[in-house]
Design a protein around this ligand. Structure first.
Ligand SMILES: Nc1nc2c(c(=O)[nH]1)N(C=O)[C@@H](CNc1ccc(C(=O)N[C@@H](CCC(=O)O)C(=O)O)cc1)CN2
Ligand SMILES: Nc1ncnc2c1ncn2[C@@H]1O[C@H](COP(=O)(O)OP(=O)(O)OP(=O)(O)O)[C@@H](O)[C@H]1O
Length: 205
């Protein structure tokens, strides 16, 4: 009888996908990210957006920075900053050629939390969100801090609040069959990957 090796200990999905992301060669990361950028910047709704939040990729995350290269004159860009009030919410601070950066407690570069250069989350048009996994219903799994869910919790309660559009940005291997949606989860309205653009009917409104 051949001996069967015991199955490897099961890693949680979050860790598996984080490792897979971090293992991508830089050239592959760049190619796949450029494909996702192309699928998003050619969307009419994206071209109509004026105030757009991006993020600075770390540890192999898909890289949305190319969206700035396609910017229209009316478009302004913002980056997430951990709120200095330590309330696990994000501020969105203007990203232009004068923006100065520091490392936050997760060692992610972020602009200084300048209140006068920040825009309230509800006045953004599109928020391009980092993620670890997403599914066909728009459920998002992030790094586990709950920052995006807390910051956009108002989308659940405000009747006419379709704004901002939350658009997940990822590699296609991060799309999974089904994620358990938690009570506090704010679903994505859209997602984009190297494979294309996805629109979700989130059904919470
Ligand atoms: N590029 C990028 N910027 C972002 C996010 C993100 O996911 N990606 N965030 C999305 O919300 C916010 C930061 N949230 C984060 C939450 C957890 C960890 C993290 O590394 N957690 C460790 C364990 C916790 C610890 O070190 O204390 C881990 O996962 O190993 C990083 C960022 C804002 N900026
Ligand atoms: N609106 C909220 N109010 C209070 N707690 C919240 C809220 N949203 C999320 N949380 C808390 O945040 C924690 C992390 O949530 P979750 O694992 O869904 O984070 P995530 O979406 O993966 O992270 P991130 O948005 O930072 O990428 C959970 O324990 C949850 O209780």
């Amino acid at each position: 009888m051949p001996t069967v090796a015991p199955p490897p200990p099961k890693l949680p999905l979050r860790r598996i996908l984080q490792r897979q992301r971090a293992a991508l060669a830089p050239a592959e990361q760049a190619t796949l990210s450029a494909q996702a950028v192309h699928h998003l910047h050619t969307q009419r709704a994206f071209r109509n957006a004026q105030h757009i939040a991006l993020y600075l990729p770390v540890r192999g995350e898909a890289d949305p920075r190319g969206l700035r290269q396609h910017a229209l004159p009316k478009q302004h860009f913002y980056l997430p900053v951990l709120s200095p009030f330590r309330d696990s919410r994000l501020w969105f601070v203007r990203w232009d050629n004068t923006t100065r950066f520091r490392l936050n407690r997760f060692r992610i570069p972020e602009p200084y939390p300048d209140y006068h250069r920040s825009r309230p989350a509800r006045w953004l048009d599109v928020v391009v969100t980092p993620l670890v996994a997403f599914d066909a219903q728009g459920t998002r799994m992030g790094m586990g801090g709950g920052f995006y869910d807390r910051t956009f919790a108002f989308k659940r309660t405000r009747l006419q609040s379709r704004r901002p559009t939350l658009c997940g940005f990822a590699y296609h291997f991060q799309k999974t069959d089904h994620l358990q949606r938690q009570r506090w989860d704010i679903p994505l309205d859209q997602a984009v990957s190297d494979a294309g653009f996805f629109h979700f009917s989130t059904g919470i409104y």
